[in-house]
Design a protein. Structure first.
Length: 215
């Protein structure tokens, strides 16, 4: 089940429309001001969740008239962010793969919070990506293969999410390591490149953020 979350960060309209057209989506959910993009792109989400403190009032009014049964309103004072509620919802529906549009932008607190939400998806056994015109971000543990023909951009950066990532082995990259310990607080894993048809990331212990980037 391939699911899309449209949330309230910075969304590049042409990029997002192209990404949406490139795949078939089984379930689309909008979180709060992600609704502004939905209106601009003429997207009708399957469900609309949030407290709507940052959504355009006219846009919210439009969807209230068009599909009131799809709207789920929550109080502004709550433990979860609107993106977190949307992620919990798509995991609950049985998602196998989740893409988040609008998960990055100028609010770095929200960006960091959204990066942490990748762990919720990983713990649930669901592949989850945050994408924007310059980055595709996921969280991994164990073993992962990246195919050069499928990569996003030029660079692959590996950022420790846990204090240490132990037993790290990289094959097929410009910079390879064997049974290495990558520690947080250093920039050692930034700006690697895939040099073969496929590159492999293996680790014995720990969690990595994998950021595929283009300039």
């Amino acid at each position: 089940m391939n699911c899309l979350i449209i949330t309230g960060g910075q969304i590049d309209l042409p990029f997002a429309k192209k990404q949406m057209a490139a795949e078939e989506w089984d379930f689309v959910i909008s979180a709060d001001s992600g609704l502004n993009f939905c209106r601009a792109a003429d997207v009708l989400p399957d469900e609309i969740w949030g407290d709507f403190d940052s959504a355009d009032p006219d846009v919210l009014c439009y969807f209230r008239e068009k599909c009131p049964e799809r709207i789920h309103i929550f109080p502004a004072e709550k433990d979860e962010t609107d993106t977190e509620l949307a992620l919990m919802r798509v995991i609950e529906t049985g998602a196998d793969r989740i893409t988040i549009l609008g998960g990055t932008g100028t609010r770095l607190d929200h960006v960091l919070g959204n990066l942490h939400l990748l762990k919720m998806a990983m713990d649930a056994g669901v592949e989850c990506f945050i994408i924007d015109p310059h980055n595709r971000i996921r969280m991994i543990q164990g073993r992962t293969m990246l195919r050069k023909k499928e990569q996003f951009g030029t660079y692959v950066s590996l950022i420790p999410f846990t204090p240490k990532v132990e037993g790290l082995t990289l094959r097929g990259f410009a910079y390879e390591v064997e049974d290495f310990t990558l520690e947080s607080g250093k920039a050692r894993g930034v700006s690697n490149e895939i040099r073969r048809e496929a590159a492999v990331i293996e680790m014995r212990k720990g969690i990595l953020l994998v950021i595929e980037s283009k300039d």
